[in-house]
Design a protein around this ligand. Structure first.
Ligand SMILES: [Zn+2]
Length: 77
């Protein structure tokens, strides 16, 4: 099991899947920006990888924009 700590990466660095390191609007630490289809935006500060190729589990993150109601209604999942 591998833990990735994004808080020590420089601003603007690219992490896997073209995620960009930003300064978190919530806590001011560094993290990677993730956007979901419903409009939710989170800043992930650390995540754990179980196995190569498996899903990464965010262990430390801030959510700073909630889902957009209009978009969520327009795109049933
Ligand atoms: Zn944060």
């Amino acid at each position: 099991m591998e833990t990735l700590d994004f808080t020590r990466l420089p601003l603007g660095a690219l992490v896997s899947s073209s995620r960009t390191v930003i300064r978190c609007p919530q806590c001011r630490r560094h993290g990677v920006l993730e956007s979901y289809r419903d409009g939710t935006r989170v800043c992930v500060h650390a995540e754990t990888k179980t196995l190569p190729g498996m899903v990464s589990l965010p262990t430390d993150r801030c959510e700073f924009a909630g889902p957009r109601a209009a978009l969520a209604a327009a795109t049933p999942s």
